[in-house]
Design a protein around this ligand. Structure first.
Ligand code: M6R
Length: 366
């Protein structure tokens, strides 16, 4: 049932070209430049008129929410807040009639997320579910939404479910943006074509598995790690750190790269690996200078970069080179080397990667 792989986690990482395609299939038509998401068509008007979107989730799904915040604000020009379900449900949150709530959940059964959206629904919000498990509680509470179609995820660590969430959220964001005319037809078509290229680019990244394994070997005895990214890649740094914690029990933190000067840089010495998500985007030069600052303090720099980047390899100790993509689409690619890195570090440390200690696949109690 592991399809020839040693672990479900590795199988699920390698399934991503297919699972992302399954999410896009029948919805994205790159040639024609159209997006159809049947689950949201009936609410398109309401969604497009929303004054505010609140995204509610936990864990990795919350990280997908953070990526979506950046994408929705940029393309749809609707203000977005991202909330931890556990915090939202116990506050006295301000929800207005017609506010749009996006609940993101792989299982659709996370207790805090369920209660949080029930509360928001009572206050007149429209609930959109971005859910993997068909027929799950969150999908039933939601009035509108899109399944991620990632298939069953057995590994406790979310991998293919996360990229499925990103793909579904991108489809929804681009669809709303075009409906609101906050992006041009030309830009919309460009994003459609870029999205269609993702499964093929993921294949290419997976070909780097052996070289990522070698980097993992060099990191396996670390006690801590720092993950840094900016913009669309800041949530990917958070996700890289969470994955490493869960799978290898190495203490890891993710930060927006510019925040390192406000505290975390105090940790940097020759024993601290710092993993940069540094693919090409408007922040690239800035993140390269952050990298130089880490090197100046003898930190060990590992960088996820794009083909054709000739500057970074001269600064970093190791690089993982992946295909270039539009900066809005890039997070879905950039997380993949981090998933593989965690997997191989976990294996090198003898950890049970499919069932890390103390964790449950679905947190159905608060
Ligand atoms: O099923 P959900 O997406 O609602 O689950 C949310 C979190 O419990 C989940 O993402 C958790 O953080 C994973 N272990 C991450 O790998």
């Amino acid at each position: 049932e592991k399809g020839g792989y040693d672990h479900f986690m590795l199988k699920e990482i390698f399934e991503q070209p297919k699972t992302i395609l399954d999410c896009l299939r029948g919805r994205l038509n790159a040639e024609k430049g159209t997006i159809q998401v049947s689950g949201i068509e009936n609410y398109l008007e309401e969604i497009s008129r929303a004054n505010r979107i609140i995204i509610i989730a936990c864990g990795t799904s919350w990280h997908a929410g953070l990526v979506a915040e950046y994408i929705i604000e940029e393309t749809c020009r609707i203000p977005v807040e991202v909330e931890y379900a556990s915090e939202f449900r116990y506050r006295n949150p301000i929800v207005h009639n017609g506010d749009m709530i996006i609940a993101i959940s792989q299982s659709g059964e996370t207790a805090d997320t369920i209660v949080a959206i029930e509360k928001a629904k009572e206050q007149g919000a429209i609930i959109m579910g971005i859910v993997n498990v068909v027929g799950s509680s969150i999908s039933r509470i939601s009035q509108t939404g899109a399944y991620t179609h990632s298939g069953p995820e057995i590994g406790v660590a979310s991998t293919k479910a996360f990229t499925g969430q990103l793909a579904a959220l991108m489809l929804v964001a681009f669809k709303i943006a075009r409906h609101r005319q906050t992006i041009t037809e030309e830009r919309f078509k460009e994003l459609c074509s870029e999205l269609a290229l993702v499964p093929g680019k993921v294949e290419k990244i997976l070909e780097q598995n052996e070289s990522i394994k070698k980097i993992a070997e060099s990191l396996k005895d670390s006690s801590d790690a720092l993950f840094l990214g900016r913009g669309y890649n800041f949530p990917i740094a958070l996700e890289g750190a969470l994955k490493l914690k869960e799978i290898s029990y190495i203490h890891a933190e993710g930060y927006p790269a510019a925040e390192m000067k406000h505290g975390p840089i105090a940790l940097v010495d020759e024993n601290l690996p710092v993993i940069f998500v540094a693919t090409k985007d408007v922040y690239h030069e800035k993140i390269v200078s952050n990298m130089q600052e880490i090197k100046a303090r003898k930190g060990q720099v590992i960088a996820v970069i794009n083909e054709g980047d000739l500057v970074t390899p001269a600064i970093a100790d190791s690089v993982i080179t992946i295909p270039e993509a539009d900066e809005i689409i890039a997070p879905i690619l950039n997380v993949i080397p981090l998933q593989l890195l965690s997997y191989h570090i976990g294996i090198a440390r003898g950890c049970n990667v499919d069932m890390p200690r103390n964790l449950a696949k679905s947190v159905t109690v608060e």
